[in-house]
Design a protein around this ligand. Structure first.
Ligand SMILES: O=C(CO)COP(=O)(O)O
Length: 248
């Protein structure tokens, strides 16, 4: 681990991709890997969660804001916990867009995930139009405010943040290390205004076209503590090389 930095975390978000054979391949790729200085996890489609052995750290891509009951097609936090998940991605831009998840619904989900003792990976990030307009920090402040208002700043001791600029997701257009650091520094400053100890310990991941070739430089930025990886997590060798870049 680099001096004064938090322990790194790299999470693979398979989104609506992968199959049974990828579950086998990723497990065999990681079975011999030596990754003592970082944490990693896979968030496969929920239907595949039960296929993993107990050695693979797991996360869900989403949960319901409700506890149980008549919510057809949804998964509760207790169900994904029962399937072995430690993490839950929440507020991914694709869910905010496809499923119209508001900042308030995202905050309710974070509250449920924390209450179950799991770790939310709370995604924030701006569309390209907001970046062009120069209002990225205002946009992120609104997304963060909704969660802080509901769960309080002290809850951020148990929350992982992920900055995922929408214009960099699946586009091959990675944020430059300086652009990523600029926003990560802003997010940590936002938290520090509320509680400097919490801010110093909060893991902030970068997501958006991270690859083996750019991971090391991104992860070496002062406020970048690892990555949330989409496309490259579907290739076990690429995903391992990204994890190794964080294993300092
Ligand atoms: O959205 C992402 C991870 O949640 C990033 O996806 P890509 O790595 O495919 O750009």
């Amino acid at each position: 681990m680099q001096a004064n930095k938090r322990r790194s975390l790299v999470v693979g978000n398979w989104k609506m991709n992968g199959d049974r054979s990828l579950v086998e391949k990723i497990q065999s790729q990681f079975s011999q890997a030596s990754l003592a200085n970082m944490d990693w996890a896979i968030c496969p489609p929920a239907a595949y969660l039960g296929l993993f052995d107990s050695k693979t750290p797991l996360g869900a891509q989403n949960v319901s804001q409700f506890d149980s009951g008549a919510h057809t097609g949804e998964l509760s936090v207790s169900i994904v916990k029962d399937l072995g998940c430690q993490y839950v991605i929440v507020g991914h831009s694709e869910r905010r867009e496809d499923n119209f998840e508001s900042d308030e619904v995202v905050a309710l989900k974070v509250e449920k995930i924390l209450a179950a003792g799991l770790t939310p990976i709370l995604c924030v990030g701006e569309p390209e139009s907001v970046r062009d307009a120069g209002t990225v920090f205002e946009y992120l402040t609104k997304q963060l405010d909704a969660v802080v208002t509901l769960v309080g700043i002290s809850a951020f001791a148990n929350i992982v943040l992920a900055y995922e600029p929408i214009w960099a997701i699946g586009t091959g257009k990675t944020a430059s290390p300086a652009q990523a650091q600029d926003v990560h520094g802003f997010i940590r400053g936002y938290l520090a205004n509320l509680d400097s100890n919490i801010a110093a310990g909060t893991t902030i991941l970068y997501g958006g076209s991270v690859k083996g070739s750019n991971a090391k430089e991104l992860f070496s930025q002062a406020d970048v503590d690892g990555g949330l990886i989409g496309g490259a997590s579907l290739n076990p060798e690429d995903f391992l090389s990204i994890c190794l870049a964080a294993n300092l």
